[in-house]
Design a protein around this ligand. Structure first.
Ligand SMILES: *Cc1c(COP(=O)(O)O)cnc(C)c1O
Length: 450
């Protein structure tokens, strides 16, 4: 059987298989890869998830996209190896739950995708006898998840650029204490400077001899593993075939696209709630049918969601039959009526986020950090707009509260204990290089070290 093909949302690039899409990241026409058809899981398979462990559900879901580029036994081993940590579903009241995606090595949900991508890419690179140098600029969570996931993978080197004054101590230590095939550079500038340096390196002909690659949020390899935990959650809180309400706090819309794909694959979803922070371009788009980026993006306490033009929105619009290009121009309108039927979106202010952290703690002893609190408040807004009834619901918590101890202590008086992976960082010594936010310095570094 041939392998599933992936096309570009901009429609001007050749189709590729999963291996091609994973190694390329972005399509050559600057569009995003989408599966030619979304594979489905039959009701019997989905029902069987109720009694199966997380890694087996991951294997079933990812296999539907990976058949033909990897063998099933190998995929199963990679899943078992990647998903060796808990995925707790905490009951809050009635059938309402919070799913904590913060038990991976860097304590954010980005571990789920990074660990799978690292294993798949590592395998493909070895198969071809290739080498890869992954360049990434980070404002915190992505860089640490990528560095941790690729640490020790043969054939792959990782270089992470981070703005020295914009990442927390723990975020920095998650990257700078790894060593081996992971190098880190502190940039004396802002995240945007670091990102511009990385982007320029990718398009610099003088560096074309280096096997550069990226592992950013637009890689289709990020989305597929992010479908799995929605199947897992439903299998634990819903009866077979029973629709579930999902609430996913969103920035670049990669996490929510995992839920969209899960629904397309056959998971019964009553409503997908997509709360955002004060970067409110999406709820406005849904309501007014007019797209306008938020420029510059607004700085909110849920800082990993400070996105004024979500890169994965092009994929969502594509699913609903429209075309949005990478610059934010809407060439063809999606089916807005269908989008509004399936999705509910709302913007949550910083004040509402803090109030939600406090009230969740006071009412239910539910400890949330700012991103999860946006998801929680959005869920409550949804419940106020339409009766939840007896439907099962799952609100996604995307990071560990101990990553934001000050904010939480101020609002609740509780000091969140660090999980072992974060606590262990305190005793480790760091190792990183430093440079000004100047491209020529970065280029000289690349030429000298690689
Ligand atoms: C990246 C991130 C998000 C946003 O996820 P998207 O896929 O970009 O929508 C939310 N919470 C945390 C903690 C994150 O690191």
């Amino acid at each position: 059987m041939g392998s599933l093909k992936f096309y570009s949302t901009n429609g001007k690039a050749p189709m590729v298989d999963l291996k091609g899409a994973l190694l390329a990241g972005q399509a050559p026409d600057r569009g995003l890869y989408m599966p030619e058809h979304v594979p489905t899981l039959d009701a019997g398979t989905i029902a069987s998830f109720a009694k199966r462990p997380y890694h087996e559900i991951a294997e079933e879901v990812i296999w539907r996209y990976a058949e033909g580029v990897i063998d099933r036994g190998t995929l199963g081993e990679l899943c078992r190896d990647a998903y060796n940590y808990d995925v707790p579903l905490e009951k809050v009241y009635d059938r309402v739950h919070v799913m904590r995606l913060d038990r991976g090595p860097t304590a954010s949900f980005k571990d789920f995708a990074a660990r799978m991508m690292a294993r798949l890419i590592g395998r493909f690179v070895r198969e071809d006898g290739r080498e890869l140098l992954i360049l990434t600029a980070t404002s915190g969570d992505t860089g640490s998840a990528v560095a941790s996931a690729f640490h020790g993978v043969p054939g792959i080197k990782v270089l992470v650029l981070f703005p020295i004054n914009e990442v927390s101590d723990r975020q920095r230590k998650q990257m700078t204490t790894l060593r081996d095939n992971i190098r880190t550079i502190a940039i004396d500038g802002k995240f945007d400077d670091a990102q511009a340096m990385v982007k320029r390196a990718f398009s610099d002909p003088a560096l074309s001899g280096l096997p550069l690659s990226s592992a950013n949020s637009i890689n289709i390899g990020r989305l597929l593993p992010q479908s799995v935990y929605y199947f897992y959650a439903a299998s634990r809180v819903a009866q077979a075939g029973e629709p579930v309400v999902l609430s996913v706090p969103s920035g670049n819309f990669g996490d929510m696209m995992g839920a969209v794909l899960a629904r397309e694959m056959g998971l019964p979803v009553k409503r997908l709630v997509v709360p955002v922070n004060e970067n409110d371009e999406f709820p406005k788009f849904l309501a007014t049918e007019h797209y306008e980026k938020v420029e510059p993006s607004r700085a909110c306490i849920s800082n990993a969601m400070n996105v004024g033009h979500p890169s994965n929105l092009a994929r969502l619009v594509n699913v609903y039959g429209g075309w949005l290009d990478e610059t934010g121009v809407l060439h063809k309108a999606p089916d807005f009526a269908a989008m509004r039927r399936d999705l509910f979106s709302t913007s949550v202010t910083d004040q509402e986020t803090r109030d939600a952290i406090k009230k969740a703690w006071d009412d239910y002893k539910l400890l949330l950090e700012p991103h999860g609190a946006v998801g929680w408040k959005g869920f409550l807004d949804y419940c106020a707009s339409e009766p939840l009834g007896n439907a099962p619901a799952v609100v996604v918590e995307t990071a560990h509260p101990a990553k934001f101890p000050d904010e939480i202590e101020r609002t609740t008086g509780v000091h969140p204990d660090a999980p072992p992976a974060l606590a262990a960082l305190d005793g480790l010594t760091e190792d990183y290089d430093s440079m000004p936010a100047e491209y020529e310095a970065f280029k000289a570094y690349l030429v000298k070290k690689y």
